[in-house]
Design a protein around this ligand. Structure first.
Ligand code: AMP
Length: 301
């Protein structure tokens, strides 16, 4: 495994890989690697000849007052994990290497960047779009692997790649969860044992909403009411949002007529946690004419 710190060197190496006809698979991360990241690396390892993982805590995607300074960092353990997973190149530039001067270029992926995370973290997706563009230019991957855990980010990156004709295929990978249902996240490290117990309410709420939908409920307001109730049991310090949105636009949906996403963002202690679960109405809900099970009234409460 080779470790590369400079953009120019990274580009040279990948030019060489591509010229030799090797397919480059790329996994961008901010480090503090966990099984979620490793699942992306394994997906890349299964498909690509050369696997590149970047470890870069990108300052442009953090807002004022956010956790860039305390963001967990574990470079030695990350390198060991990459080595174990058969990664070929770890790209770990410094901030100064990636941003030798304040960027004058802004990349705004309008529409999908607006709601939810876009509303609560203004500028976040601009930072994501900028760093992904720079990393793609440095690494020149054939495929780049992203987690459904950050579903909105995934759609933003897909749209960026499509709009700018970037020669990279975006591959989405399912969310990896701990046995207690919590989606793995580097930020889970902030949670005390008590907070971690309370944090389970987020995934519980999202899965409870999915159960409602599977049982035939189609009105978003009713599904959300149930989700809020389950979420409240975790006594989150704040709820940024709990929402049912279209999986392409991230705009709210009122009546479910096909698969959508339930998304949530909460604060517990020092951690801001996000998660999402697909809501898939049963066939009865998407084929008008079949009767709808209206048992939900008895279930609430
Ligand atoms: P991060 O280091 O948090 O920026 O994440 C790097 C990549 O790993 C992103 O594509 C994330 O969506 C993905 N990722 C983070 N957590 C998980 C998880 N629990 N399951 C699957 N992918 C994840």
């Amino acid at each position: 495994m080779i470790t590369v710190d400079r953009v120019a060197e990274m580009r040279r190496m990948c030019d060489r890989e591509r010229a030799a006809g090797r397919r480059v698979g790329f996994v961008p991360t901010m480090g503090a690697l966990h099984e979620g990241h490793l699942s992306l690396i394994r997906a890349a390892r299964a498909e690509a000849d050369t696997v590149v993982v970047s470890i870069f805590v990108n300052p442009t995607q953090f807002g004022p007052g956010e956790d860039i300074d305390s963001y967990p960092r574990s470079m030695e353990a990350d390198l060991a994990a990459c080595e174990r997973e058969g990664v070929d190149i770890v790209f770990r530039p410094s901030s100064g290497e990636m941003y030798p001067r304040p960027p004058a270029t802004r990349i705004v992926v309008s529409g999908v960047s607006g709601p939810l995370e876009g509303e609560f973290r203004p500028g976040h997706f601009e930072g994501v779009a900028l760093v992904c563009t720079k990393l793609f230019n440095a690494v020149g991957p054939c495929r780049a692997y992203f987690g459904e855990k950050d579903a909105q980010q995934l759609r933003v990156v897909r749209r960026l790649v499509e709009d700018l004709c970037m020669p990279v295929e975006v591959v989405d990978c399912p969310t990896v969860r701990d046995p207690d249902g919590i989606a793995l996240s580097s930020r889970n490290a902030y949670l005390t044992p008590d907070e971690r117990e309370r944090a389970r309410a987020l995934s519980r709420a999202l899965f409870a909403m999915a159960d409602r939908v599977a049982a035939g409920e189609r009105r978003a307001e009713d599904i959300l009411a149930h989700g809020r109730e389950v979420l409240a049991r975790g006594r989150p310090d704040a709820v940024d949002y709990l929402a049912i949105v279209d999986g392409d636009t991230f705009e709210p949906v009122e009546v479910l007529e096909g698969p959508v996403l339930a998304c949530g963002a909460i604060h517990i202690g020092k951690a801001r946690l996000i998660d999402n679960v697909a809501l898939t109405p049963p066939a009865a809900a998407v084929h008008p004419g079949r009767t709808q099970d209206d048992s939900e009234q008895g279930e609430t409460g």
